[in-house]
Design a protein around this ligand. Structure first.
Ligand code: NAI
Length: 717
């Protein structure tokens, strides 16, 4: 028998029989990527039953999608789950199916090309063999912790049994995705191949290669681990727990639960271990943390879909010019080149250009070292950055991103110089932190081609890009900068123009409030610790040291000048700068910094006691609760004003902006989600109370009062 089509394309895939091998192609026509939706799952269930009855020589499972195997669970379905019992019933059905797949009495092969994540990887783990293509799109991982969950289809049990506990914990706790080669190194896949050879390779494993591999039971790595228990057990699990606590401050239950489930499950027979997993999953999936993280997932998709739509009118961009080779310019040039764009990076002096190129080079070396790219890819990417101190090469650029000093005069000069050297249609984007784009566009001959591209530092790590349109920015210019940002892999919010746009504007009163509380007698480390305990990645004083107090001063001046006394910077900043304390870069700031090369002291950063003397500081009574509240409420207050002015309107843009731009605690779901949780009447009454004690700057914005009066919320659901 040659080829027989057993089930033509159905709702979720197709099945063919070829010389004894059944080929099962997962392909949900309703979706761009396969997810383990109820529909796909039910169809797959039928196919496994069929295979049980018909007993082919082997079963190969592939995907019909060009770029993905199965990307994971259907998160919309997960988010709709309310009752623990309902979840357990669903998981048991899932486990039954995976067990039946694992028990098929003939070779089963998952032939993986593209994303094989979460439930997709768990399905592959229930196959006897896994083969993955050596292609950048092929990624394997269990990202459930990022949604506040643990793997729920056997991943916490089958993965450690296959690749050993330490490697499995690493993947489960970080949600890290690995490519085919790394997956093979870990023992997660049995073989790798070129995408064009996937079917051939799968057939070989289905027929012959299978015999050379031990089948079923625990792998060597896992049995070794158990043999060394309980000592190894203690060391590995305790270390994992300590690592998670350090990274998350205990705000995220899922990784801690995952550690317990792996630890308890590895000692049990698989069936009982799966019950342990189901019990834990069912509690997590209905928790507030998981709900918050899943809502962020949807909001991020919503924001990205909007950007994709906006980008449709983009003009093609070949070469990009970057002005300024400092921290931001070099960071922007590196990411552009990494994603395949030709870049001309210009600075005004050779020394700064040299430092910028050294930074770019270092980033590419690091990528090669971490196996994010091969040596050859990194070398090629570095070759795409052309350093220069002249404008000559700008006659062929389509887009310029400017990251020179934060000074209107300097920025106006470079706009004029660039337009003199570049082609007529050039689009000019500024990375200014706070200067209104319309003000910069005054120097341009074609203000309609000017927009803002506000990146965050370090550019290669921070996922957000704030795109600013001034009233005259054309649709085409806007689309072109949005598309450039998308190609750099950024999540983009598009906001209106004004001093500090959205992100800088709401960060300013937040940082100011921390400094006002220092003046009232709160200690520097008390403020920072209260904030990190609440879930911020760093406290406001540590952040000011990182950003640089001189940069902060520039921003504060722009904001104060434009928005008035509400944004007057506290005297603390001025005194710090007078004392040459610019933060980490000057090795003098709120904290003490060691000389380069010296070993770091244990116990984290120490506050520099000289700062207290400098500020004539006296300890006073400010509670941790007040510290946290005043900071986030002031951020919310300014956000409400941005909404009133139309700088930003959509709640999803706001929450994605604060989470991805400066790390608002994700488990809280975002600034507006936090406000909704407390209710606006509470928000208004707290702000009024603080305003009565500490001044008008804390008076609630009109929008907040109005929403509180009408009983409104930011989110409808
Ligand atoms: P930086 O001081 O590290 O770099 C500025 C670079 O511009 C220097 O290398 C300087 O030599 C060069 N430069 C000055 N005048 C020039 C000219 N006429 N032509 C060509 N190059 C010139 O500053 P950084 O931190 O990179 O900031 C650059 C811009 O990005 C500023 O507008 C800043 O507000 C903004 N920004 C900074 C962020 C940060 O975290 N540092 C975050 C987001 C925006």
């Amino acid at each position: 028998m040659a080829t027989e089509t057993l089930a033509p394309t159905t709702a979720s895939g197709s099945l063919t029989h070829e010389n004894g091998i059944t080929w099962l192609v997962l392909d949900d026509p309703a979706k761009k990527v396969n997810t383990l939706s109820t529909r796909l799952f039910e169809w797959f269930e039928e196919q496994v039953s069929r295979a049980e009855r018909e007993r082919p020589d082997a079963l190969v499972i592939l995907s019909g999608k060009p770029d993905g195997f199965v990307a994971g669970a259907d998160i919309e379905e997960l988010q709709a789950l309310k009752e623990t019992e309902q979840v357990i019933a669903m998981l048991q059905r899932g486990h039954d199916l995976m067990n039946r797949l694992a028990a098929l009495p003939f070779p089963t092969v998952a032939a993986i090309h593209g994303a094989c994540l979460g439930g997709g990887l768990e399905l592959a783990l229930a196959c006897r063999f896994r083969i993955a293509t050596e292609h950048p799109k092929t990624k394997l991982g269990l990202p459930e912790v990022q949604l506040g969950l643990i793997p729920g289809l056997g991943g916490t049990q089958r993965l450690p049994r296959l690749i050993g506990v330490p490697a499995a914990l690493d993947l489960i706790l970080t949600g890290r995705q690995v490519d085919a080669r790394n997956a093979e190194r870990l023992g997660l896949v049995d073989d790798t191949c070129h995408p064009a050879d996937l079917r051939t390779a799968a057939e070989q494993w289905a027929r012959g290669k299978a015999e050379s591999k031990p089948v079923g039971g625990l792998s060597r790595k896992a049995t070794d681990f158990i043999a060394r228990a309980p000592l190894a057990d203690r060391i590995v699990f305790d270390k994992a727990r300590a690592g998670v606590m350090e990274k998350t401050g205990g705000h995220y239950p899922a990784p801690l639960v995952a550690i317990e489930v792996v630890r308890d499950g590895i000692k049990l027979p698989l069936q009982r271990a799966l019950d342990v997993e189901a019990g834990a999953f069912s509690q997590l999936v209905v928790s507030d943390t998981a709900k918050a993280l899943m809502s962020i997932f949807f909001r991020k998709n919503e924001v990205e879909a909007r950007a994709a739509k906006l980008a449709r009118k983009a003009r093609p961009v070949g070469k990009v010019g970057v002005l300024g080779a400092g921290l931001m310019g070099a960071g922007i040039a590196q990411v552009l080149a990494e994603k395949g764009t030709q870049v001309v990076m210009k600075d005004r002096d050779l020394a700064a250009l040299g430092r910028g190129m050294a930074y770019v080079n270092e980033r590419f070396r690091e990528r090669a070292k971490r196996r994010r790219a091969t040596e050859a890819e990194s070398k090629a990417a570095l070759g795409r950055v052309h350093p220069t101190v002249q404008y000559d090469a700008f006659h062929r650029v389509d887009l310029v991103i400017e990251a020179v000093f934060e000074d209107v005069g300097v920025k106006h000069a470079v706009i004029r110089e660039t337009e003199a050297a570049a082609p007529e249609g050039l689009i000019f984007a500024s990375n200014t932190s706070a200067i209104p784009i319309a003000r910069l566009a005054e120097a341009s001959r074609r203000p309609e081609n000017v927009a803002g591209m506000h990146f965050f530092s370090p550019v290669h790590k921070m996922p957000l890009l704030e795109v600013i349109r001034h009233p005259g920015t054309s649709e085409e210019a806007l689309a072109t900068v949005v598309e450039a940002g998308r190609r750099m892999g950024k999540t983009i919010i598009v906001v209106g123009d004004g001093p500090g746009f959205f992100t800088t504007r709401v960060l300013a009163p937040f940082l100011n409030e921390a400094a006002w509380m220092l003046a009232e007698g709160a200690a520097i480390d008390q403020v920072d610790k209260a904030m990190t305990r609440w879930g911020w990645p760093v406290g406001p004083f540590a952040l000011m040291d990182e950003v640089g107090l001189d940069v902060g001063r520039h921003v504060a001046e722009v904001m104060h000048g434009a928005l008035g006394d509400r944004l007057a910077p506290p005297p603390v900043f001025h005194r710090m700068i007078e004392d040459q304390r610019m933060g980490r870069k000057s090795k003098r700031g709120f904290y003490l910094y060691e000389e380069e090369g010296k070993k770091k002291k244990k116990g984290g950063k120490q506050v520099d006691p000289a700062v207290y003397q400098l500020l004539d500081w006296r300890p006073g009574q400010v509670s941790d609760e007040e510290i946290v509240e005043r900071c986030w409420l002031q951020m919310l207050n300014e956000t409400a004003r941005c909404m009133e002015e139309g700088i930003i309107r959509d709640p999803a843009d706001i929450d994605i902006g604060v989470i991805f731009g400066f790390g608002f605690p994700p488990f809280r779901g975002g600034l507006l989600q936090e406000a909704d949780r407390h209710g606006l009447p509470w928000v208004v009454s707290r702000l009024e109370g603080y305003a009565a004690r500490h001044g008008k700057r804390l008076e609630p914005a009109d929008l907040l009062r109005e929403m509180a009066r009408k009983g409104e919320r930011f989110y409808k659901d």
